[in-house]
Structures are given as C-alpha cells and as structure tokens.
Design a protein around this ligand. Structure first.
Ligand code: ATP
Length: 885
C-alpha cells in the first residue's frame, strides 16, 4: 500500500469527507457570511441576500441575469448562494453559489460547528489547515475570527475545541493506542508588508524576515511559538497580543484592522502504545487562523495620509492575493507569491499542502455593493484552487538492539547497528508526486525532510536511481556498513588524539618534576653556602625575598634602572609633544627665534655646569628647528659629552674595579682627555624650564657602555667631516696638553670627533690617551679669541684656567666657519644674508676676494645671534664685520 494511500485512509478514518479522490487533493472551501445592518447604516435595499433552493427549484430564480455564475451551482443538485444586485443596474442580479452561506442571523457557534469544527479533526490528523476571513472593511472579519468576549469567534472556539479534544483523547479508554497532544501558539501581524510578532511587546518586536528552508517551506524566522496548556492561558496571551495589533478608526469602522493577523496553533499529537507506553508515531498538524485587513475604498474611508499609506499597503497585498489566485486558476507558470509577504506566508494555503476555508464577510449596505461583488468574485476564483494536503506524521522506531562489536581497537565501544527499516518506513510522510512545496509560518517547516535524513541518504550512497535498483535490505546493509566504517574511523581518530594528549601530559609532568628538582638543588646550594660564608654580600642575599636568587636580583636591579630611564624618556617625549604642538602654531620666524633662545639658554646652563638642563634645552631647541643639522650635531656631541662626564663620575665613585673589566676601562676615563663637568658648581638656582641639574653617577653597567657612546660620537664626527668636506675629520688639531680632565673641559669643538675616537681607542685598549699633535697656531681675530675663550659651540664651558690646551685661532676659524655657514643661515632669520649684503661683498670680485672674511663676518654675527643672549645689537655687529675684514 502506498504511503499516499495510507495517509488518505488515515484522513478518511478521521471522517474527512471533504477530501477529494486520490491523491490527497482538496479545494478551498468557501463560506459566505452576511453581517447585520449596523446602527447608522442606511436601510437594507434588498440588493444582497442569501438564496437557498431545493433540488427541484431552479437556481435561476435567484440569478436570472447571471448565467455564468448560475452554471457553477452545487453538483449535489441543491443550490445555496449569494444573490447580489448590480449597483449600476439593480435589475441585474449576480448569483454566487457557495455551499455555506450565513445570513445576518447566523450565530458564531453555527459557523464554527458547521465549517470550522471538522477542520480541527483534519489538523489533528497532521495536516495544515488555513481559515481566512476575507471581505471589505467593516464587513465583520474580525467579528467572525475573534469576536467580542461575550460572543467569541472562530479563534477562541478552535482553541477551546482543541483542548477539549486533547482531554478527550487522553481520557479515552480501550484501543491499543493513546493520543497525547501538545499545543503551541504563535501570532503575527503583517503591517505595511512587514511582519511583527504579536506575542512580543511591540517595542521589543523587530521586523521578522520571511525565509524558506532547504525543503522549500516558507517560515517566519525568529517567530516565538509559545506552548499553551489551558484555554485560560491562551486567553491571557491572546488578549494581550490582540491589544498590540494595529487598529485605527476610519469613517467606515471605528476599530478598523490596519494589518493582516495570522494566529497559528501547532498541534503535536503523540500516539502512544498502551501496552508498552512507547510513542509509536508523532503527528504535527496546525491551524492558521487569518484575519485579513479589509479592502478599502478611500473615497469612503476618509483616510488621512497615515491611514492612506496603510490602506495602500492593505490593498496592494490583497491585490497580490487576487493575482496569486488568478494565476493558480489559469495554471500560470509563475505564481507571484513573492510579491507580498501575505501571499508568501499563505503560500501553503494557496495551491499548497494545506486544507483551506475562506470565509467571505459581506456588508449589506449599498455603498459596499461594488466591493461585495469584488469579494464574491475573488471567492469564486479561490474555490477553484486545488491544494494537495500532506499528512505530517513521523513514525518512531523502537530503539535498536545492540550489535556485537566489530571494531578491533584496544577498547572498542559497542557500535549500534541500525535496525532494518520497516517496509513502510515513513519517518515523514512525503508529498505526493507533483505536490506543491509546503510552507510553514509557525514553528518551522515540519513537512520538510530533516537535515539528518538528508545526511543519511548521502551516507547510504547512490542517488534516487541507485535506490530504486536496490532492495530495502540492501540499502539498509549498505547504510549499516557505511555507518560502521565512519564510526570506526572516528574512533581511531579519537584514540590517536587521546594518545597524543596523554603524551603531552607526560612530557609536562616530566618538565614539572625537573623544575622541582632544579629548585631543590638551588635551595640546597644556598643553604650550604650560607653555612660556610658570612660575607656581607651573602648576608644581603639571605635577606632577599624568598624565591629571588642573586641572579634574579641582579636582573631586578637592572629592571628598576631601565624602568626609571623609560619613565624619564616618556616624560621627555611628552614634553616634546607639547613643544611640538606649540611649534605647529608658530610662524617660521618665531620658531627660529624660539630655537635661538633655547640654544642661548642651553649654553648659559652649560657654562654653569647644569649639563642635564642644558641637554634638555638643546632638545627643545631642536624641536623648533628640526631641520637644523648643525644643531643636531651639536646636541649629539653634547649628549656624548654629558655621558662621558657621568661615566667619569661613576668610575671616580667606584675606584676598585677588576682590572681589564669594562668598568675598569671606564674608570680609566678620567685620565683620558675627556671633558669633565665644570667643577661642581655651588648649588645652582633651579631653572624655570627644568629642575636643578644633578649629575648622577651611572651604574657600572651603564658606565661600561661608554665605548658605545664613543662610537656614536665617532659617527657624528664622521658625518660632520663628510658634510664639511673633511675639514673636521682631518682636523688639524685636537686637544693637547697635560691634564686629561682639563683637556676634557677645554677640548675645542672641532676636535671632538677625532678626540673621541682616540679616547675610544684608548679605553678599549686600556692605554693612556695621547692626543694628536697640535697644529701651529695662527693669528686670530679679537672677536674670535674672545668668543673662543668664552664658549664652546656645544655649549660646554671652556675652563681656560684648567685647560692647558688652548685652541689655535686657525682651528677656531675653521670651526666657526662651519658653524656659521650652516647654523647661522638656517637658524637665524635673515640676518646672515643681510649681513653679507651689508658688508658690501655681493659683487663677484668682492666675493672672490673676501670669501673667508665674509664668512667670518657672518659667523660672528650669527653665532652671537644664536648663542649669546647678551650679544651686542645687530647694528653694531654689522659694523664690526667689515672692520674685522
Ligand atoms: N455578525 C455580526 N453581528 C453583529 N455585529 C457584527 C457582525 N459582524 C460585524 N459586526 C460589527 O461590525 C463592525 C465591523 O466589524 P469588524 O470590525 O469585524 O469588521 P472588519 O471586517 O474586521 O473591518 P476591518 O477590515 O476594517 O477591520 C463591528 O462593530 C462589529 O461588531
């Protein structure tokens, strides 16, 4: 017996006589309901009436002028229908034959018992049922579906009947099987073609998307389905949800629905074997109860713009509904379900797998006459739609018997062997051939095959054709083999993973043990050594926090030192950022002036021995004139100088160093011709821009880095010499004379590069520093001598008294020239250029003749301008230039 036939027989068992002949075909049933005249409406003109005729009576008595509709009379021989007079020609009567027609006196109960109640049995048997209320606005759709509290409509009655049926099924005695039902409800509203969940508060209810699952079933994604266990529980939910529905007042209806509402009742029936208590089958039926918004004639409704927009959406969706019905009737290749959410959601009820009932609500007033005719025409078309209902029933197989293990593993688990499928294995009753796709807008697509089933068919191998060629037993055996192989593979994989995991754990345990042993050894060593020594160092180590070995302690010290340096650097960077911000808002001229001011201040501090402050000030100056290469060099050299000074201080503070160690090399520095800081000046007044300078001695490790610092100086020197054509690098003289400290303090700027390289060599080789021979002294200008005696270009003080080595005039000249050419030109505003012009040296002849003089003049002017805040006014200095020349 085919599955289709089985399903059909089950339906028949439920007494579903409306189902057509095989295979499972059902047309949408139409019921027409005429509402009574409302207060305020004009008197009845008799143009709309229910027409009933005995089989012997010709239906033409009701529809003399409408042969087309008359011909569609009931096949039973009797006639029941609606007769409507043409509003333009009252003598013309149209008749619409429907099996169920209710006049204004019909009660809610009558309609429910006649047309709705039988459908409850259909849904109970696992079929989807859809009941629509359709009609013009104010025709009584909501009254029919919902009804007032004292005269409930279809929805409350259906729920009540379902609960009654559930209780009856449970209480039923006798028979081999028992039915247990679960009910769940979901409720949506389609407002302006957007779907909302009415069981969720509107402020929390997002627009819900309408989707289609892989089996082609349409559903509303994210829709809540709430289980209900009593009528009271449902009523509570329903009244709350109904209050959320969009309702507005129009001239035609004080409480006009502005949306389509669909309430879905999911009915899950478990068929239980009384003898064993096991569930043998599960059926999933559902009832969709649809209260459509009414079509509106906006000339009558008096809608405002907001209502008009709603009305347009309502009319559009109803129009699509009409198109869908028309397409189904004409057998169109494409049914426009997707043109509106309404039709998409109701797809199952319109030419789908659902059983349908359309209740046409009719308003008697003559102003609705044309709309009434439209409604009836729609109903006539709809009743020709043929659905192919599907019974959603799943058989529950008994648990499989345990099969002997077949996998040869160390601890093979028991692999369940799939039980052979019964000959009529209908885990889900499939659709008949050519049946339309099911849709579902409640809890999902129950008619669709599950993913698990799809997977199983893949595992079983072969397509539909292969399956046909194989017997059921072969298919089962094949599936069993495939499943076994898959299980074995997975078990082996798992075994390998477990082994790897165990291996990792073993290794980790070993490492842990080794660490423990190491700690133990260390503790023993410490304990042993502490017994034998009482040196202060050991005592200190013993005082260290527990777990901090001497090595770690040394690291910690270094860490602390690095931390403090980093903090200082960050502070400086931050300060630099603030300066950079200021730089942005200054004009180029102001920037240069500010840079000059900082250089002057730096030199002043340098003279006083406030090297740290001077260093900071040079940094700041560099912020304002970042492109000034000369200043950069000067700054770097100054850094080196400060560094060397600190090294000297550090080594002086720690005289006892291991011979040959880096520290001892650093300790040798004071004897090298490195400039020492000026004799510790008396407490210096704190600078406005920086704290009072403190020349902190470096730690030994830092002091040992002096070689690196010297390398840096050498690089600077090399760069400088390259830029200036090798004058400096091949410097004609460097510091000379006796007294390394004195030399360090007085070494002229141009000698830095070479001197530092020499110092580095001396330090690295642990040799005494022997400065290069001094170049013969040349004549120097008064101004130069004065300047040279006062200030070094890098801002270091020239301590002539301690020097023992005085820079020759020639050396100074060369260096000053370099300085002024670069520094003066860039850092000063336009002074240097003006100075040249003012000196009357702009002609080629003069330029050739007096290049050196001119340069010197410029140098004097710019150098003073830059570095000497107390320099003479520019006017006077210009006069000095030519005179010197
Ligand atoms: N059979 C009936 N008996 C008594 N009153 C009715 C009946 N049908 C409708 N009414 C009344 O008619 C009015 C309009 O009915 P209802 O709101 O149900 O119309 P509707 O078709 O839902 O309108 P809309 O599409 O604008 O929402 C209501 O006041 C309702 O109580």
């Amino acid at each position: 017996m085919s599955r289709h036939m089985t399903a059909m027989l089950r339906c028949d068992r439920a007494g579903l006589s409306f189902l057509d002949d095989a295979p499972m075909s059902s047309k949408v049933k139409i019921a027409a309901r005429l509402r009574p005249r409302l207060a305020g409406e004009p008197p009845d003109d008799g143009g709309l009436r229910i027409c009933r005729a005995e089989p012997s009576v010709n239906a033409s008595s009701c529809s003399a002028n409408n042969s087309a509709n008359s011909s569609a009379n009931s096949t039973s021989g009797s006639f029941t229908g609606i007769a409507v007079a043409n509003p333009r020609d009252p003598t013309q009567i149209f008749t619409f034959p429907f099996t169920s027609c209710y006049d204004a006196d019909a009660t809610q109960e009558e309609i429910f018992n006649t047309d709705v109640r039988p459908l409850i049995d259909v849904a109970w048997s696992g079929i989807t049922v859809t009941i629509f209320a359709y009609g013009v606005t104010s025709s009584g759709k909501t009254h029919t579906m919902q009804g007032p509290p004292d005269d409930p409509g279809v929805i409350p009655r259906v729920v009540e009947a379902l609960f009654a049926k559930t209780a009856k099924a449970v209480a039923a005695t006798g028979g081999a099987e028992l039915e247990q039902a679960e009910l769940a409800v979901s409720y949506i509203e389609i407002y302006k073609d957007d779907v909302y969940d009415l069981l969720v508060a509107r402020e929390n209810a997002p627009k819900l998307p309408v989707r289609e699952n892989e089996a082609g079933a349409v559903f509303v994604a994210g829709l809540a389905s709430t289980r209900i266990s009593s009528v009271q529980e449902f009523e509570g939910l329903y009244s709350t949800a109904t209050a959320r529905r969009s309702v507005g007042a129009t001239l035609l209806n004080r409480a006009s629905s502005r949306s389509h509402a669909i309430l879905t009742l999911d009915i899950k029936v478990r068929v239980v074997d009384r003898a064993t208590g096991a569930t043998t089958r599960v059926r999933a039926g559902k009832i969709n109860l649809v209260d459509l918004a009414g079509s509106e004639n906006n000339r009558l409704t008096g809608n405002d713009p907001a209502r008009m927009a709603e009305s347009a959406a309502i009319n559009k969706s109803l129009s699509v509904l009409g198109q869908v019905v028309h397409a189904l009737n004409t057998g169109a290749p494409r049914i426009p379900y997707r043109n509106a959410k309404l039709t998409r959601i109701l797809q199952d009820a319109l030419g789908g797998a659902s059983v349908g009932l359309l209740i046409c609500n009719l308003a008697p007033a003559i102003r609705f006459r044309q709309d009434t005719l439209n409604t009836l025409n729609f109903a006539v078309r709809t009743k020709n739609i043929e659905n192919k209902p599907v019974v959603n029933e799943r058989e529950i197989r008994p648990p499989p018997a345990p099969a002997p293990p077949k996998i040869d593993l160390a601890h093979p688990p028991v692999i369940p062997k799939p039980a052979p499928r019964p000959s009529a294995r209908a885990s889900l009753v499939p659709r008949p051939t050519g049946a339309p796709r099911a849709s579902s807008f409640g809890v999902g697509a129950s008619a669709a095959p599950s993913r698990a089933e799809s997977r199983m068919s893949v595992v079983g191998g072969g397509g539909a054709g292969t399956e046909k060629a194989m017997s059921e037993a072969e298919i089962d055996a094949r599936i069993a083999r495939a499943v076994e192989a898959e299980v074995a593979r997975r078990l082996q994989e798992r075994e390998r993973e477990l082994e790897a995991e165990r291996e990792r754990e073993r290794a980790e345990r070993e490492r842990e043990k080794e660490r423990e042993r190491e700690k133990e050894r260390e503790r023993e060593k410490e304990a042993g050594s502490s017994r034998h020594t009482k040196s202060p160092k050991r005592t200190r180590e013993r005082e260290l926090p527990p777990g901090l070995t001497p090595l770690l302690k040394r690291h910690k010290d270094l860490d602390d030192e690095l931390q403090s340096r980093l903090a200082e650097l960050e502070r400086k960077v931050e300060k630099g950022n603030r300066d950079a911000g200021l730089v942005d808002v200054l004009s180029p001229v102001s920037r240069k002036k500010t840079g000059r001011a900082y250089v002057a201040l730096a030199r002043s501090h340098s003279e006083q021995g406030n090297l740290q402050v001077a260093l900071d000030l040079y940094r700041r100056a560099e912020t304002y004139v970042p492109d000034n290469v000369k200043l950069k060099e000067r700054w770097i050299l100054f850094v080196v100088h400060v560094f060397l000074c600190r090294v000297a201080a550090a080594t002086a503070a720690t005289p006892s160093s291991r011979p040959g160690s880096r520290a001892s090399k650093a300790a040798a520095l004071p004897s090298a011709p490195v400039r020492t800081p000026a004799p510790a000046p008396a407490p210096t007044p704190p600078s406005r821009s920086a704290p009072a300078p403190v020349l902190e001695p470096l730690s030994r490790s830092a002091a040992a880095k002096v070689v690196s610092a010297s390398r840096l100086a050498a690089v600077v020197s090399a760069v400088r010499s390259k830029r200036t054509g090798g004058v400096s690098a091949s410097g004609t003289g460097s510091g000379s004379g006796s007294g390394a400290a004195a030399k360090a303090g007085s070494t002229p700027r141009r000698a830095h590069g070479k001197t530092i390289i020499e110092i580095e060599w001396a330090v690295q080789n642990n040799k005494a520093f022997k400065p290069s021979p001094k170049r013969p002294k040349k004549k120097t200008t008064k101004a130069k001598t004065k300047d040279a005696g006062e200030m070094d270009v890098d801002g270091a003080p020239r301590v002539q008294a301690d020097v023992g080595h005085v820079l020759s005039d020639d050396q100074m000249e060369v260096d000053e020239v370099e300085t002024s050419l670069t520094f003066g030109t860039e850092l000063t505003n336009t002074g240097s250029k003006r100075g040249v012009a003012d000196a009357g040296m702009e002609t080629p002849a003069k330029r050739a003749r007096g290049k050196k003089q001119r340069v010197r003049v410029v140098m004097i002017e710019s150098d003073e301008d830059e570095d000497d805040p107390g320099a003479a006014p520019r006017k006077n200095r210009r006069r000095v230039g030519p005179a010197a020349a």
